[in-house]
Design a protein around this ligand. Structure first.
Ligand code: F0G
Length: 400
């Protein structure tokens, strides 16, 4: 008689009932604690992906868990037809971190935060520049989400191809190319939408001085500068927001992933004057900014501030980058803070390496065919970094 593992049962149930939109790795996680994950067979893993840059405080953080349990006993949800006590407090906290002078709309994901930003930019453009000013310029290699509109903004044709026709009004330019951007911003453009450091598209930082030039062009042409900080925001790059490595101030900033440390919540911040372009009734969501998600985010921000997670990400990122660079199979390391890509030598297949890492108890992601993405929790310790690199090193030798 063959024995069926807990994982086999999960995989069979998934195959029968869950839409096949994911090419999943052969493991089911059932529990987490800090930087550790545990699978259905009781094996432990070091999580150097954080659910794709989500669980910045690690898994099951006691302060977040306690806040969630308390809020679940108090009030999970009320409609946005009414006030709740937590949403404005969270908005005020985020406004301080972004730099002040703005208002916030709450959503449930990164894509939805970007939808808000795009709708806001269109209303702002049309109110100030007439009905034709609704076009958005974004960058090739960008990633802004999978809804039809955020997919239209995403500068990756192979992801767009199966879903044509996409909503009109999006144009793309090479990331970092000021001349191309200048050529693309005409009087029909309401906004430029960029990640300060492209994440999913390859962990590509903006070239020095680029955002300053983009800001200047946007001011000159009356286009809004919208920054997608869904992945870079809230400490991951070593500052609260990726744009804070530059000297600029954006008009709109979106965030999500790390905001609830795993509880789904997104936010779109906009300068107060810009935010007024969306009139009451023009944008809404059932769940956005509900008490449970807002409470999770408030608890997350409390810990992020008391632990100085941007500073920790900067320091830990240095250590991780230096350790990775020392591996002979790593050609180069790029990124900022704890959002890093390790480019592998010719002949190493990142997907095979990520799979072998998983078997060795280390969770990382194949970012491109030749690069790994590493995004551990921002509270990761030096010992955990050393342990992860020690687990990666023999995998690289074996796969080489
Ligand atoms: N914007 C950026 C910069 C992102 O990295 C993502 C997701 C999104 C928007 C969409 O957010 O999934 O909450 O709707 N990035 C994941 C990744 C998929 O692999 O980096 P969502």
């Amino acid at each position: 008689m063959t024995t069926t593992s807990a994982f086999d049962e999960i995989r069979a149930l998934d195959a029968e009932h869950v839409m096949g939109t994911y090419a999943r790795a052969p493991v089911a996680f059932v529990r987490g604690e800090g930087t550790r994950l545990f699978d259905s067979e009781g094996r432990a893993y070091l999580d150097f992906l954080s659910g794709l840059a989500v669980t910045s405080l690690g898994h099951a953080h006691p302060a977040v868990a306690e806040a969630l349990a308390d809020q679940a006993r108090t009030l999970l949800h009320v409609s946005n037809l009414y006030y709740n006590d937590l949403q404005p407090r969270l908005a005020a906290r985020l406004d301080v971190l972004v730099g002040g002078g703005g208002r916030v709309f709450f959503a449930n994901s990164g894509a939805e935060a970007n939808e808000c930003a795009i709708k806001l930019a269109r209303r702002h453009g049309q109110r100030n520049g007439g009905p034709e000013r609704y076009h958005v310029v974004s960058a090739y290699g960008s990633f802004h989400g999978r809804t039809l509109t955020t997919l239209a903004a995403t500068g990756q044709t192979q992801k767009q191809e199966p879903f044509q026709p996409l909503p009109p009004g999006f144009r793309h330019v090479p990331f970092g190319d000021v001349g191309a951007l200048s050529g693309a911003i005409d009087e029909r453009v309401c906004a430029v939408l960029l990640e300060p450091l492209q994440g999913e598209g390859g962990v590509v930082p903006a070239p020095p001085g680029y955002l300053e030039e983009v800001r200047r062009l946007c001011d000159e042409r009356e286009a809004l500068l919208v920054l997608d900080e869904v992945q870079t925001g809230l400490g991951r790059t070593g500052r609260w927001f990726g744009f804070q490595h530059s000297g600029i101030r954006p008009d709109v900033v979106t965030m999500a992933k790390a905001l609830g440390n795993g509880v789904p919540i997104g936010a779109c911040w906009a300068r107060a004057e810009v935010s007024a372009a969306l009139a009451p009734g023009e944008h809404a969501t059932t769940f956005g900014g509900q008490p449970l998600a807002a409470r999770a985010a408030l608890a997350t921000l409390d810990v992020m501030e008391s632990e100085d997670v941007p500073g920790r990400a900067a320091r830990a990122g240095e250590r991780l980058a230096r350790s990775l660079e020392a591996l002979p199979e790593v050609v180069s390391v790029r990124g900022a803070g704890l959002l890093l890509a390790a480019e592998l030598v010719d002949g190493l297949d990142a997907r095979a390496v990520a799979g072998a890492c998983l078997e060795a108890g280390l969770v990382v992601n194949a970012l491109t065919p030749s690069a790994l993405r590493l995004a551990p929790p921002l509270l990761v310790t030096d010992e955990e970094i050393d342990e992860a690199v020690a687990a990666l090193a023999p995998v690289l030798v074996r796969e080489g």
